[in-house]
Structures are given as structure tokens and as C-alpha cells.
Design a protein around this ligand. Sequence first.
Ligand SMILES: [Zn+2]
Length: 408
Amino acid sequence: MTDSTFYRAVGVFDAVRPGMRAGAGILVRDGRVVAVGPPEEACPPGATRVDLGEVYLVPGFVDAHTHVTIRPGDGDQHGQLQQPAAWQTVRGVDNLRRMLLSGVTTARIMTEEHDIDVHFKAAVRAGEVAGPALRVAGRGLSPTGKHGSAAGGVDGPDAAREAVRTNAAKGADHIKIFTTGGVSSTDTSLAESNYSAEDIAAIVFAAAELGLMVSAHAHGGAGVDLAAAGGVRSIEHGALLTEQNLDTMTRHGTWLVLTNTILFHPTGIEQGDASEPAILAKVRQARAAMEASADRVRAAGVPIALGTDSMHGLFGYEMQWLVEHGWSPEEALLAGTVRGADLMDVQDIGALAPGRRADFVALLRNPLTDIGAVREVAGVFRSGNQVVDANGYTRPAPPAPTHREEHP
Ligand SMILES: [Zn+2]
């Protein structure tokens, strides 16, 4: 029998039961959670005991929308994606490290060039580089000249099916499409649909044949309605959602992945593209619309996950934003953990329940009392291995066993 370790803390929020379990800890064996509870219940004789001190344990955060190589504060994100592969890779290493430092143990990557995401996924798994486990999309699909078509457009159903198959063959875990323009580009509409219902149907069908979900970058209008009605799993961003958009999403069970750090944080698009008045005008419009629709989004009850959209290291801000706009700290923590797992349909992460991966974050204060605590990370564990220590040193997790898929 392999050894088990009991990590003792002052409390555990497991994302299964409501509230913080005072005096609890986590029993881990073979990288997975065996039990959560007070030592007298959950720590068998013979288990190694590790006292983590005055910390609260929460599941590892799931950044449901980000990129490996981009830094929004540097501006011109599409230009960044056109840089040489080696340059992007070097920057990716530090971006992944910052994600891990902020408690992100799994990240869903939403477009890269040069297959960089596929290679980083393998490098993290092999223990070559410190970072969260990655779920990757490869190259996003967008028509020629539209937002997201940095390295060439994909036009019409035939080309779209081909692009889906190419991504899948390279190892994509999901497919990303762009159905509206974006805030960080000029001359793109945030509401008109880039793709027709026929295009979207072709993409969703081709992906489904390969067992893959499709997510759509979309802010509002027809771009959201056609995507939701066409069977995409999630709308990404959604800054300009109308009543009708929320209605369509509710009817089709569509997820919403909010990415408000890049929109609201002063080091996001605002810093990166300050010299472009057209972009700053879009930022202001999107912020006002997002703030105005927050209550409607919550009332509609669409399932929500969270993404930093390349604001590496600021995942906590994403959860704080929710609380500042009417959600409870517990709802924000669920959105930042188990909901991200549900969105991806990866059932062995996101919560500290028996059988799931022992991915967890040690926080210096109770985040249910003050959500700001999610930004004070004292340690990060991946599969029971400490990958960030209290001094902020990061290390790769040991190589994942090759006989078992990281995310079956
Ligand atoms: Zn993005």
C-alpha cells in the first residue's frame, strides 16, 4: 500500500458542502483526495501528518479562459500572437509561473499560434516547466479579417470543418471560435455575428464527432444568439448581453465565462491599448454594459465560470469582481473552482472530494469572510505535490504517469 499524507489546516472549503469546515484537513494518497475532515475522522494511524499552520485550504483555481503567451498590458494582442514562436515560448514560461503562484492549478487555453499550447501542455505534464495543468484549443476559428484571425481566417463550413479536424489531430481538448468582434481590436463589431448559423452548425457537428465542445468568443447580439442556439458550450466574455441573449442562453443551457479582469483592471486593455482612442471607447462601453447587466446575469441563473484572459497572476481579482457585483463569496469560489471543471466536463478536479486530484491552495485568511483572501496565497499543491511554497518559489510537479491520462 502506498503512503498517505494528511494535510492539517484551520479550515477546508471543499466546493462540495457549503461553508468552511473548521479544524479539517485533507488526506491524500497517490495524488488524489481520500478524505476531508478533522484528523480524528480523516487521518488514519500510519498516515504522515503535515501541519500547514494557520491556513485555509480551497480547491485549486480553474482559470476557464486564458492564453499562455499574451500579456494584455503590453497592448496589440494580435501582434503578440504573430511574434516568433521562440519569443512567445520564453514569455509563456513566466506567464505559467505567475498563474501557478496565484493558485491556478488548471487553465483552459483559448487560442495560441505555433501549437505552443499543445507543447506547453506536454511540458507541464512531463515536469519540465512549472505551471497549471492545461486544456488547450490550438488555433481559434475566425473569418478572414475579423477579431481573432491573427494568423489567417477560416471562411465557410468546409474550411471550418477542416480547421476543427486539424486542431483535434494536434491534440486540442476543445474548439474556440470567434462569433463577434473584440474590445481589444478596432473596426470589429461586438454584436454582429461573424459566422452564419450554417457555419456554426458545421463547426459544432464536426467537433462533436470528435468528442469536443465548442466555445464562442462573443459579446452580444446575434453573435451570442446564433452561437447559443447552435449548441456551443459557452459564451466567452459576454460584456453586452441583452435580455434576449440571456433568454437564448438559458433555453439552451449555455455557459457564460466572465473575463472581467482584462476589462476592468488598470493593467488590462486600458494600459495596453491606451494610445488607441477607438479601443478605449470600446473598453468604456463594455465596462458600462457589463456593470449594468450584472444583476440580470445573476438573476438569469446561467452557469458561470471565470477566466483572466491572460491577466496572469490575477485570478483572485476575477472572483473579487463577482463579489463586488452582488455574488456571495461562496458563489465566487464555486465559479472559480468546481464550475470551471463542470464547464470542461473534467470530473476529477475543481473540488476536494474523494477520488479527485489533490489540487489545492492554502490561503492566509478565510475567503468566505473576505473574498480578498483569495489573493493571499501561502502555498499551492498539484496532485498532492507542493508546487508553490510560502516564499513564492515555484517548482514543476513530478512527471505525470504516462499510463494514465491527466484528464480522462
Ligand atoms: Zn481570450
